[in-house]
Design a protein around this ligand. Sequence first.
Ligand code: PAJ
Length: 280
Amino acid sequence: MQIVQRVVEMQGVCRGLRRGGAVVGMVPTMGALHEGHLSLVRRARADSDAVVASVFVNPLQFAPGEDLAKYPRTFEEDCRALEREGVDLLFVPQAEEMYPGDAVTTVSVLGVGDRLDGASRPGHFTGVATVVSKLFHIVGPTRAYFGQKDAVQVAVLRQMVKDLNFDLELVTCPIVRDADGLALSSRNRYLSAEERKQALVLHQTMMRMQQIIAEGGRQSEALLRGGMEVLQRVAGVRVDYLSVVDAHTLLPVTSAARGSLVAVAAFVGSTRLIDNFLVD
Ligand code: PAJ
């Protein structure tokens, strides 16, 4: 596995791959890798001639007061895992390399980027869209792989790819969970043993709402009432949002149908966790 830190060098290597006709699969990450990340890498490995990953804790997507400084960094382990999964090329730029002092251009996905997590974390998706568009320009992948775990991020990036005519396919991969159902997240390591138990309520809420739908309940109001009953059962959990929306626009729908997204965000202690499912 070749490790590159500089943008110019990365562009050169990737240009070479494309000239050689390689199908290039890209997996952008912020490191602290777990099985969720690795599932994307495996999918990319199966689909591509060359697999490119990036590990970059993007300062632009953290608001002041969020966890940028304490975000888990496990670089050596990440390298070993990526190498094991057959990644060919790993991009690990420093913050100054991605954002030189004179950089002033950002990418904002208006509307979609301001809903759900975008409403709770103003500016977050401008940070995500900016860094992902830079990575797409630097690498020029054939396909890029993202997790359904971050459903709002997927909606934002799909809109960006369409609006800015990125010549690539965005592939969404299913949520990977722990055995008890908790969606894997780099932030799970912030949880105390007690909070780890409380965190399960997000998945339980999603399962309850799935059950209501399976029993024929489609009205969002009733769905949300059923979900809230479960979510509010645990004292240490503070709800950020529980919503039934269109998966593309992220606007609320009055009744859940194919293509609707049910999504939750909640604080467990001081850790913000998310979960979701797509209605089929
Ligand atoms: P990060 O949180 O490191 O996640 C990298 C990718 O892994 C994202 O596409 C995310 O959806 C996916 N992922 C995380 N947990 C997952 C799980 N349990 N199951 C399936 N996929 C999972 O998302 C980011 O980084 C950043 O915003 C980034 C896109 C890299 C831009 O900085």
